[in-house]
Design a protein around this ligand. Structure first.
Ligand code: TYM
Length: 331
C-alpha cells in the first residue's frame, strides 16, 4: 500500500484554503492509503510565534483536523515535535541541500520580502525540513495545495541526490497529489491572491467562523462594477468569488451565476448572499464538532499519544536504515 504524508503548520486556525487544498484529500485518502498527517510545529518557529501561542495553536489544528473528519484509527495523526527522528533526518539532509537552490525557492523569497528583519537559517532550510517530514515515512503521495508544488520538487531533488550519493534506491519520489487531479488554489476574499492565515483580517474564512462572521467577511469581498459585454472574461477579484463558489456550492448554483455573469445580469449582492449561505451550510457541522472535541482533553491526549507511537515506529525504521547507508557504525 502506498504511503501518504501531509502536514499543516500550526500558525493559526484552519481556513477554507487548507480545507480544500489539503484536508479534503486527507479525508478520502485515509480509506485507501497508509496515511500520516501531522501538525508542523517546528515549521511554525521559522516565523517566531510566542511560547504562549505555540501549544494552543497546535491544539487548535489538532481539534480542527479531527472535527473535519480525520480518523485517528485509520490514519496516523501526530505532532512533528513528538518525533525526534524528523529533526535527525533534517540534519542529515541539510548536508546535501545547496545554498543556491534554497535561496531560489519562491516561498523563501516571499518571506524575505515580507520580513526582511527575520531571515533566519530555519526559514532558508524550511524545504529541507519539509522533505524530511515526507521521506521519513518514504511517502510517495503528498496531498497539498498548489502553493506547495515547488517544495515537492525540492523534496524529489534532495531524495534523488541522496540516492545518487550513496548509490542506493532508498527514497522513492514523492508527488504532490489531489484527488481532483489538479492542485487547488483557493483565493482570498480580498482579491489579493491566495487565502492565507497571514493575509489580513478579511482574507480568510476559518472553519470555526460563526454564521455572522462568515456573512460579514463575504459581504465585504471586493467586486467591480459588473460585466458590460456578453461572455466577458472575469477579472481576478471576480474569478476569486467564482472559485470559492466552485469549492463550496453545487454545480447548479455555480452554473446559474456563471450564466448571469455571461448575460451581464449578475448582481454581486445576490451572489454573495448565496455564497454566505453555502459556506455556512458547509461549515456548520464542522464548527459544531470543533466545539465538542475542543472540550475533550482525554480524547486529544489519547490521539496524540497513539499518533506519536505509530509515527515513531515508522520514522525509527527509516532513521536506522539511513544511518546504516551513510555509514554510522556502533563501537
Ligand atoms: P500550510 O500550513 O501553509 O498549509 C497547509 C495546507 O493547506 C494548503 N493551503 C491551500 N490550498 C489551497 N488554497 C489555499 N489558499 C491554501 N492555503 C493553504 C497548503 O498547500 C497545505 O497543503 N509547508 C507546508 C506544511 C508542511 C507540509 C510538510 C505539507 C510542512 N511539512 C510535509 C506536506 C508535507 C505549509 O506551510 O502548509
Amino acid at each position: 500500500m502506498e504511503t501518504v504524508v501531509s502536514g499543516i503548520r500550526s500558525t493559526g486556525n484552519l481556513h477554507l484554503g487548507n480545507y480544500f487544498g489539503a484536508v479534503q484529500n486527507f479525508l478520502k485518502m485515509q480509506h485507501e492509503y497508509n496515511c500520516y498527517f501531522f501538525i508542523a510545529d517546528y515549521h511554525s518557529l521559522t516565523t517566531h510565534p510566542t511560547p504562549s501561542d505555540l501549544h494552543n495553536n497546535v491544539r487548535r489544528v489538532l481539534v480542527e483536523y479531527l472535527a473535519a473528519g480525520i480518523d485517528p484509527e485509520k490514519s496516523t495523526i501526530y505532532i512533528q515535535s513528538d518525533v525526534p527522528e524528523i529533526p535527525e533526518l533534517y540534519l542529515l539532509m541539510n548536508m546535501n541541500a545547496y545554498l543556491g537552490e534554497l535561496e531560489r525557492s519562491t516561498s523563501f523569497k516571499d518571506k524575505v520580502r515580507a520580513n526582511p528583519d527575520n531571515v533566519n537559517a530555519g526559514l532558508l532550510t524550511y524545504p529541507v525540513l519539509m522533505a524530511a517530514d515526507i521521506i521519513i515515512h518514504r511517502a510517495t503521495k503528498v496531498p497539498v495545495g498548489k502553493d506547495q508544488e515547488q517544495h515537492l520538487e525540492m523534496t524529489r531533488t534532495f531524495s534523488n541526490r541522496f540516492n545518487r550519493m550513496y548509490d542506493v534506491e532508498y527514497f522513492p519520489e514523492a508527488q504532490a497529489f489531489n484527488f481532483g487531479t489538479e492542485l487547488i488554489k483557493i483565493p482570498g476574499l480580498d482579491g489579493k491572491g491566495k487565502m492565507g492565515k497571514s493575509e489580513g483580517e478579511n482574507n480568510a474564512v476559518y472553519l470555526g467562523d460563526s454564521p455572522e462572521v462568515i456573512k460579514k467577511k463575504v459581504m465585504k469581498a471586493v467586486t467591480d462594477g459588473g460585466p458590460t459585454e456578453m461572455n466577458q472574461a472575469k477579472p481576478d477579484i471576480i474569478q476569486n468569488l467564482f472559485d470559492i463558489m466552485k469549492a463550496v456550492s453545487s454545480k447548479d448554483t455555480l452554473d446559474h451565476f456563471n450564466e448571469l455573469y455571461n448575460k451581464c445580469e449578475i448582481r454581486y449582492g445576490n451572489m454573495k448572499k448565496q455564497l454566505t449561505e453555502d459556506i455556512t451550510h458547509f461549515l456548520t457541522p464542522i464548527r459544531e464538532k470543533i466545539e465538542d472535541i475542543e472540550r475533550n482533553e482525554d480524547y486529544l491526549r489519547k490521539v496524540v499519544t497513539l499518533g506519536q507511537e505509530k509515527a515513531r515506529e515508522s520514522a525509527g525504521k527509516t532513521i536506522r536504515e539511513v544511518r546504516e547507508i551513510i555509514g554510522f557504525k556502533k563501537f
